[in-house]
Design a protein around this ligand. Structure first.
Ligand code: HEM
Length: 826
């Protein structure tokens, strides 16, 4: 047998059914073509063909040979080299007819699909232009004929709205008083009952806005019921006085963004401001809410309640580990960090800032649904839930869930349905580093440096984030302490800001603190944008679609940048599927460190960064080497039952159930509506009308699980349908989520007057020499510059796993960065 084949079979290919899939070794041997054009064969595949070509039939039929062929083929398919995979499949099966079944089995086991299905997922050349067209026509659609409401009826309806809000406030006061009397500490009761989960923070401003908006939404509902007309036919009910946009307050000649996102858009300076509402891709749909306004949707045909979000999660989600060997765990971590620049949706609290419990414990110790507050939407846990109620006694039948705050349109009119508030600026503007309000930004600045630096704390001679208290770091986004890998991302970028500020001080001395702060911030934002559009998106949605998102064919337009609810509440949560349970650290000699840990042991505890001086770089080495999990219906149990588990308890939250419930809270359109909106141009001519239509877009066994819980295909929630889709070639996401991503990032780029490659050589943009420097930056360079200095070699494409052919680790000194002398004059 050929020596290489021998080496392969001895090392790795002991046959399918073995626990570990030999991805790393395969990648090492194949160096597969994740960067090559789809139709270009990579050199190693040619070699493999030669090897197989040279084998005698007897050898081919020998034990194990089919196995390694199956592994090879599977690896190629995983690498998304679709055309090559299909060709290899044909080649192998023609040489070894008996292997067809085996190949099918191995491929299905790891990927759930066969190469012949792949055609169904290819995106035609017109996908993106058609998508943009559809988006533009939806966005400009005027609402149909509206019913005029007489002043008297309007005042009557508004009175009902005000009474509702008054009752709401009385109820909150009453709950607070009762709890005070009972001495209930709601922050410490069982996790699935009322423990407040840490990604949310009391936001009195958002709450106040919701109550203003509630008056109008209740009035709309009242009028709709009373007059017997659909809610969407009722026009604007009035305007609140305080929201006119103030153009006078803007300096449109400034190169620098306002911290709160205002004054980027010249026509409507409030566009993108923190604390303003999300927008909707499908703006005029009445499918998201049962009443078209705010109550959660029901089954489309039967009008029965939808299956519990936890039931859906337990039926469809597996806790299997299915890594994508081509993509690093850093992709997951970058995704979460970027989300914390873009979105944070506050939930309701009581008026005094404390959390209310939507579940309570009865005398038998069972958690039950109580929903004492109008904004409670607790998730029912089935009494036979395999994880929460393993002995079918039904002890935990309730998971706490509180609805999100909502607000008014920028012009003060109330939206026609609940529209939720984004506490962050909507732009890609590093608000995770600098904050989203002027007060927060000021609190993060080191005003004594004279060089525009950000505050840090020092631990073992290393710059760390500033501390609010022991083991609680402060940063631009409040979720910084959620898990340690996220804290590392924040730290890297604060260090990067300070590094740039020092360099600017060297090349342009004698300027003010403000000068260095603003210029360093502007460069940090440009670096982030460059990394997102040229490194991150090509991995997530595939290089072709990412290139179209960046295409100069779509230039600036003065539109609303508000993040789409479909993106923040569904598509972007795809990152939850990339999460790994066991976080492997690698020491400087490349060995797995004994300090590796389970994610669930680290929630809200970043102390490792301070107590273990090796942690920072060891964790970065892990992020750079370990593959992320594929985006699919498999999730780590750390987040499907252990999320924010309190000490001493067996279980925490199920994030997938929360995502599904949040989608219902936010009135997301069902999966098939979104699929139709985005994909009818290239996948379907008509909307799916039964579950079978979802195959092969969604693997058949997942469709079967969906069928087991949903009454009709129209009811499937967007989140679960989207993550379950098979990925597009060369991408992480299937067509629906990839489409939402593409539109979202296109819109963020096109509406941003400060986008890093826009207005080049104009007073508010970079000049060409500066832009050329920014375009040299990569996340690899940022890591080299800001690690704890033990990372000295790195693969250039950090979102791709290292490889000795196309993504070979090289010394940091060979990776380009900014030459600050070329950035002057600033
Ligand atoms: C260990 C990792 C992570 C944990 C523990 C985590 C946890 C959470 C939690 C608790 C929520 C709020 C759920 C709700 O009640 O609606 C959330 C929201 C969200 N997550 Fe994650 N997440 C993680 C990673 C990620 C990643 C990798 C991404 C994206 C690539 C992501 C994207 C989002 C988005 C977009 C939201 C909505 C944010 C908002 O608008 O408030 N998360 N996550």
């Amino acid at each position: 047998m050929h020596p290489i084949v021998l080496a392969l079979s001895v090392q790795d290919y002991t046959g399918p059914g073995k626990e570990t899939f030999p991805q790393t070794a395969l990648r090492r041997h194949l160096g597969c073509c994740f960067n090559a054009e789809e139709n270009v064969e990579c050199r190693r595949i040619q070699i493999l063909k030669q090897i197989v070509g040279n084998l005698h039939n007897a050898q081919l039929n020998a034990m194990k040979t089919e196995c390694w062929i199956a592994w090879v083929l599977t690896a190629i398919v995983i690498e998304r080299c679709i055309k090559v995979a299909r060709e290899m499949f044909a080649y192998f099966t023609s040489r070894i007819p008996a292997s067809r079944k085996l190949l099918r089995k191995a491929t299905e086991k790891w990927l759930f699909f066969m190469p012949q299905d792949l055609d169904a997922l290819s995106v035609d050349d017109n996908f993106f232009p058609k998508l943009v067209k559809r988006f533009e026509s939806e966005a400009s659609k005027l609402s149909g004929e509206e019913v005029h409401i007489h002043e008297e009826e309007l005042q009557d309806a508004l009175r009902v709205g005000r009474e509702y809000v008054e009752k709401w406030e009385q109820l909150e006061a009453q709950i607070s008083e009762e709890n005070r009397k009972k001495g209930v500490n709601e922050g410490t009761t069982r996790a699935t009952g009322s423990r407040r989960y840490s990604s949310k923070r009391h936001n009195p401003e958002a709450m106040a806005r919701s109550k203003e908006a509630a008056i109008y939404l209740v009035a709309r509902k009242y009028l709709s019921d009373r007059l017997g007309i659909p809610a969407e036919k009722i026009g604007d009910l009035g305007r609140l006085p305080n929201t006119a946009s103030d153009r006078q307050a803007c300096d449109f000649s400034s190169k620098f963004r306002n911290i709160d996102g205002t004054c980027n858009n010249i026509d409507i300076p409030l566009y993108g401001k923190s604390g303003t509402i999300f927008s909707r891709l499908i703006a005029n749909s009445n499918e998201g809410y049962d009443d078209g306004i705010s109550t959660i949707r029901k089954s489309k045909l039967t009008k029965n309640p939808l299956p519990s979000a936890r039931l859906v999660s337990s039926a469809v989600v597996y806790n299997d580990s299915v890594p994508n060997p081509a993509v690093t765990l850093l992709t997951m971590q970058w995704g979460q960090f970027l989300d914390h620049d873009l979105t944070s949706t506050p939930t309701f609290t009581k008026s005094d800032g404390t959390e209310f419990a939507c579940c309570s414990t009865n005398i038998t110790g069972t958690s039950v649904l109580t929903a004492p507050h109008p904004e409670c939407l607790p998730i029912a846990i089935p009494s036979n839930d395999p994880t929460y109620n393993p002995s079918s006694i039904g002890q935990q039948t309730c998971m706490n869930f509180i609805r999100s705050t909502y607000g008014n349109n920028l012009d003060g009119t109330a939206p026609r349905t609940r529209s939720h508030i984004n506490a962050l600026t909507h732009w890609i503007d590093a608000s995770n580093v600098y904050g989203s309000t002027a007060a927060k930004a000021a609190s993060l600045r080191n005003t004594t440096s004279g060089r525009g630096k950000l505050k840090t704390s020092i631990s073992s001679n290393r710059q760390m984030l500033p501390l609010l208290s022991a083991n609680v770091f402060d940063a631009g986004d409040h979720r910084v302490n959620e898990q340690p890998l996220l804290t590392i991302m924040h730290t890297l970028w604060v260090r990067e800001h300070n590094r740039i500020a020092d360099n600017l001080y060297t090349v342009a001395p004698n300027q003010t603190d403000e000068f260095y702060y603003q210029h360093a911030r502007r460069i940090v934002i440009a670096e982030m944008q460059h990394i997102i559009y040229t490194e991150y998106l090509p991995v997530i949605i595939g290089p072709d679609l990412a290139a179209q998102v960046m295409s100069s064919e779509y230039g600036y337009y003065s539109g609303n940048p508000a993040i789409f609810t479909e993106f923040s509440t569904a598509a972007y949560r795809m990152g939850h599927s990339q999460v790994r349970s066991f976080i492997r650290l690698f020491d400087r000699s490349g060995r797995v460190s004994k300090d590796s840990y389970f994610l669930s042991d680290s929630f809200m505890n970043p102390s490792r960064l301070l107590t273990n001086v090796n942690f920072f770089d060891d964790a970065l080495r892990g992020l750079l080497q370990v593959p992320a999990q594929a985006v699919d219906n498999c999730f780590a149990d750390d987040i499907t039952s252990q999320l924010f588990k309190p000490n001493g308890q067996r279980l925490g939250f199920d994030l997938i159930a929360l995502n599904i419930q949040r989608g219902r809270d936010h009135g997301l359109p069902p999966y098939v509506s979104m699929l139709y909106y985005l994909a009818s141009n290239f996948l379907l001519q008509t909307q799916p009308t039964n579950f079978d239509h979802l195959v092969p877009r969604i693997p058949a066994e997942i469709v079967a699980s969906l069928r087991s819980v949903y009454e009709t295909v129209y009811d499937v929630d967007l989140y679960i349908g989207g993550v379950a889709e098979k990925p597009l070639p060369n991408a992480e996401l299937g067509p629906t989520f990839a489409g939402i991503f593409a539109l979202q990032f296109l819109n963020l780029r096109r509406t941003d007057r400060f986008f890093y490659n826009y207005n080049v050589n104009q007073p508010t943009g970079f000049n060409s020499a500066q832009l050329a420097q920014i375009q040299r930056v990569s996340l690899a360079r940022i890591i080299c510059d800001n690690s704890d200095r033990s990372i000295t070699t790195i693969q250039p494409k950090v979102f791709r796993t290292p490889d000795d052919l196309l993504n070979k680790p090289i010394p940091c000194t060979n990776i380009f960065g900014i030459d600050f002398y070329k950035m002057t004059p600033l």
